[in-house]
Design a binder for this molecule. Sequence first.
Ligand SMILES: O=C(O)CCC(=O)C(=O)O
Ligand SMILES: [Fe+2]
Length: 209
Amino acid sequence: MTSPPTLPGEPLLDSPSLTLFTGLLGEPTATRLLNELDQALAWQRPTLRLYGREHPIPRRQLWMGDLDARYRYSGRDFLPEPWHPAVSTLHAAVIGRLADAGLAARFNSVLLNRYAGGEERMGWHSDDEPELGPDPLIAAVSLGSERPLRFRWKDRSHAAFNVWLHHDSLLLMGAGVQGQLQHALLPRRLPGLRISLTFRRVHLAASPV
Ligand SMILES: O=C(O)CCC(=O)C(=O)O
Ligand SMILES: [Fe+2]
């Protein structure tokens, strides 16, 4: 039996380096994993403190990874949940696809985000926490309802742009992306559940004790 051909990544930007890979798992696996993650995980809705008031975040999330991969995010310390088998499957698919593209990537943790519908969202940010090192490689897998990830330049030198994140796609944010750009998943009138998984490598030496 021959394995299906792997689709090469579509380079969206060369510098900073932004590449979209489609058909990461294929069907019916991708839809099965979406449903499994939705139902099997203990999704959380933590609150963030803003101007002295606690606000529940406008989505659900879960931090997963190696036990020593602690992470500080929006002023809070997150201890990772142990890897769920469905997430390990996705992790292996990401590593495999990147290896096919000639990239030897390593990740020890993943932030999972669950958006129940178009009103759920994530605000403008860069994934530039010190634990991630000076120029992190972040692999973002999308499952479910298609939504655009909006990018804008920190120095406003070019126009902002959308990257449509298809079901079963992988967006690779590489060199320069977190330094030069911010991204956000803005609210849109687009119904349907979406789950994203952003695989990261936390540098343990830089983690707080
Ligand atoms: O849901 C998305 O695609 C964006 C997630 C994201 O930016 C993050 O996890 O840092
Ligand atoms: Fe992000």
